[in-house]
Design a binder for this molecule. Sequence first.
Ligand SMILES: Cc1cc2nc3c(=O)[nH]c(=O)nc-3n(C[C@H](O)[C@H](O)[C@H](O)COP(=O)(O)OP(=O)(O)OC[C@H]3O[C@@H](n4cnc5c(N)ncnc54)[C@H](O)[C@@H]3O)c2cc1C
Length: 362
Amino acid sequence: MDCDVLIVGGGIAGLSLAWRLAPSRAVVLVEAEESLGYHSSSRSARQMQPSYGPAPIQELTRRSIAMVGRISERLPAPILMPRPLLTLGTAEQVAQLVAQDPALAALTHAETMDRSPDLRPETFEAATVDGTAMEVDVPALLEFYRSQAMGAGAILLTGSRVSGVESSAGRFQVSAGAHTITATIAVDAAGAWADAVAARFGARPRGLQPHRRSVAIVSTEHPVAPLGPMVQPADGSYYYRPDGGNLLISPCESVPAEPGDAQVAEHDITELIGRIGGVTTAGITGVVQAWTGLRTQPADGLPVVGFDAVVPNFFWLAGQGGYGIQTSAALATLAAALVTGTLPDDDGCLAGALSPQRAGLG
Ligand SMILES: Cc1cc2nc3c(=O)[nH]c(=O)nc-3n(C[C@H](O)[C@H](O)[C@H](O)COP(=O)(O)OP(=O)(O)OC[C@H]3O[C@@H](n4cnc5c(N)ncnc54)[C@H](O)[C@@H]3O)c2cc1C
C-alpha cells in the first residue's frame, strides 16, 4: 500500500488530521487497537474551556470551539453545548484569577449560588465564571472526523500496530499488523506511545510523559440541574458537573504512568466522593461508571507539533496533555498546514511555540 501521508494513531489527533489532509493527500491511518479512539480520546471529560491552559492552548481552543460550532450546525443533532465553568475560592483568589485572565468574570457569593444552588454556601466566598466554556459530544466529533476522512479517500486500518520501520529512497516502509505501507511522510499521533513510535523512526524522544487521570459518573440523592455549570476549586484539585441525571466527577490526579490501558485506582474515586459531599448537597449515592485515561505531555506542557529536524519527513502531532479534545479541530488545521507547507504567516508564532525543535524538550 502506498500513500503520501501515513498517520500512526487513531485517536482524536490522528483522526482530526486525517480529516484535514485527506482532501488533498493520499492518507493511510494505522491504529493498533481493534477500534478507533480506544485510549485517551474516549476517556475524557469532554470539555472545551477557553480559560484552561497556557496562551497557545487558549488560542487553539477558541478557534476549535468556532470550528466545532460550524461542524455542529451541519449535523442532525448539536454536538456542542454551553457548560460554563465556575471556579470557587476566596475573594482574594477570585480577584487574582480575574486579573490574570480577561475571559473570566467575577461572581459574588449570591450570584454563584444562583448558578449552582446545590453548593454548600459556607465552602466558598466568591467565584469566577468562564461563560464561553463548552461541553462537546466526543463520540460524535470522532465520528465526524472519521467519516469525513474516509469520504475524502483516507484508508483507516485498525488492529494494525506499527512494528517495523525502514527507509529507502527517501520513503518510509512501515510494517503495521498485516500491512506494509510505503509513505512519503509519517505522522506520529500515537498519544502516550508517541516517544516510542518516534524512536522506531529514528527520532529523538521529546520527554512525552503520560500521567493517569480518572473520571466517574455518580448517581445523586437529589436531582442535579442538567444544564448546570462545571465546578472546580481555585486549586484545581477536583471538578464535577452534571451528566444527564448524574454527576461527572474527577479527582484531577496526575500520576506518572507507563503507556498502556490505564485502570482506575478505586481509592481516588472514594476519597473524591467524600470531598464532593462536603461541597454540594446533591448527595452522592453510588458509582455508575468510572474510567481512567492518560494525559501525555512534555515538561513545558505544550503539544509537540511539526517536522523533526533530524529525521526527514517525520512529523510530530503529540503531547496534547489535557487539551487534546478542546484543541483538536484547530490543531489539526495547523498541523495540516505544516505538513502541506501552507502555513499562513500569521500562524508562524503559534507553530514556533509548538515546534519539536524548541528549547527544553527531551
Ligand atoms: C480523565 C481525562 C479527562 C480528560 N478531559 C479532557 C477534556 O475535558 N478536554 C480536553 O481537551 N482533553 C481532555 N483530556 C485529554 C484528551 O483526552 C487527550 O489529550 C486526547 O484524547 C489525546 O488524543 P490522542 O489522539 O493524542 O491520543 P489517543 O486517543 O490515546 O490516541 C493515540 C492512539 O495511538 C495508538 N497507537 C499507539 N502506538 C501505536 C502504534 N505503534 N501503532 C499504531 N497505533 C498506535 C493508540 O492505540 C491510541 O489509540 C482528558 C484526558 C483524561 C485521561
